[in-house]
Design a protein around this ligand. Structure first.
Ligand SMILES: [Zn+2]
Length: 359
């Protein structure tokens, strides 16, 4: 903290200064021509600074690192380390990952592997505790996880809470096992993410009344509007199979945009290589007429607030130095990516060496 304050106030030289940036300010909506000073992996200040190391952004846009608010790593068919290698160069610096596919088969051992493997990528991976293993009582994929089994790992700092709560009838009908899981999350001060396709009216009220935060299953603007009105966050999905973004953007307004997040759910390497990741979502937003800074807010600040990741999601003093340098705010071509103040990707290439986790 002391180092950061000394740098911010100008008594100490920053570790790194990114000069000549056009900073996307997700609080004011303005673009600022300033330097970004970084010390100990965090942003110390915005203004004019000197640094031990200087990188000239040459007028590039500097945006906060993008956050994918809901993804299943397993759907990419590659490990967390390898997924980091292909999405970090697209400007994604944090993902909220629900490992419910591996946990359905391997149980909590699968989650432990994912936690260990995620430490071997620069990408920040915040995990969900899979909430519905098995997805229904009729399935016999291998594992059964009840509230009692979850307690120890749920307290892990890299686990935000329960992932998409698919057992909607369980919540609405007050199934004891389902409610116990939600009660556990609440007891530990954790969040509960949702999954509620076509849920409406009193059933939606009941589901939200249990404390469920968001939904990524909206197919229509009407469905999205009702869920927003009842206080949910909407995670707008654009993956390899599901394409909800262009349709739902028709319902994004100046008044409700701060309740919108962007996610991929399932995105395969071919889609990532061909189109990109959250940077492609942003490109689509702008193509559909949304203001570029509003789109960036959805991919950064909104996600950080919804998932209480208050140390990221904006370029501000004290935040993690997760920064993306972009050529423009139209095609969202990512040129450089910094995570924790380290240059980790340049011109679509991931720079660090990867040592894979043993399985
Ligand atoms: Zn999902």
């Amino acid at each position: 903290m002391k180092n950061l304050i000394e740098t911010a106030v100008g008594r100490k030289i920053a570790d790194l200064v990114i000069k000549n940036c056009r900073i996307v300010n997700v609080y004011s909506g303005e673009i600022e021509n300033e330097d970004i000073a970084i010390t100990d992996g965090k942003i110390a200040g915005i203004g004019e600074y000197d640094g031990e190391k200087i990188i000239d952004a040459e007028g590039r846009f500097a945006a906060p690192g993008f956050i994918d608010s809901h993804i299943h790593i397993e759907s990419s068919y590659i490990s967390p380390e390898q997924l980091g290698k292909i999405i970090v160069p697209c400007g994604t610096t944090t993902i909220i990952a629900d490992p419910h596919e591996i946990v359905n088969v391997c149980g909590l051992e699968g989650l432990r592997y994912m936690l260990a493997a995620a430490k071997r990528t620069k990408l920040n991976v915040i995990f969900a505790m899979p909430s519905c293993v098995p997805a229904t009582d009729f399935e016999d994929t291998g594992a059964i996880i009840n509230a009692e089994d979850m307690e120890e790992l749920m307290a892990n700092e890299n686990i935000f809470g329960l992932g998409e709560f698919m057992n909607v009838p369980g919540v609405i009908n007050c199934d004891e096992k389902a409610l116990k899981k939600i009660a556990l999350a609440k007891k530990l001060g954790k969040l509960i993410d949702g999954h509620a396709p076509n849920l409406t009216g009193k059933n939606l009220n009941a589901y939200i009344s249990a404390g469920i935060l968001g939904d990524h299953e909206c197919m229509t603007v009407e469905e999205m509007q009702e869920k927003i009105s009842r206080g949910m966050y909407i995670l707008i999905r654009e993956g390899s199979a599901c394409h909800n973004l262009r349709g739902l953007l028709k319902g994004v307004t100046e008044r409700n945009s701060r309740r919108m997040l962007l996610c991929s759910d399932d995105r395969q390497p071919k889609t990532i290589f061909d189109e990109g990741h959250i940077n492609n979502h942003l490109k689509i937003c702008v193509e559909e007429g949304l203001d570029a800074v509003t789109a960036i807010q959805m991919a950064t600040l909104n996600a950080s607030e919804a998932f209480r990741l208050f140390d990221r999601g904006a370029i501000k003093p004290g935040s993690r130095a997760d920064i993306v340098l972009l050529k423009d705010l139209k095609d969202f071509k990512v040129e450089k990516v910094f995570i924790g103040g380290e240059l980790v990707a340049e011109n679509r290439k991931y720079l660090p060496e990867i040592i894979p986790q043993d399985i």
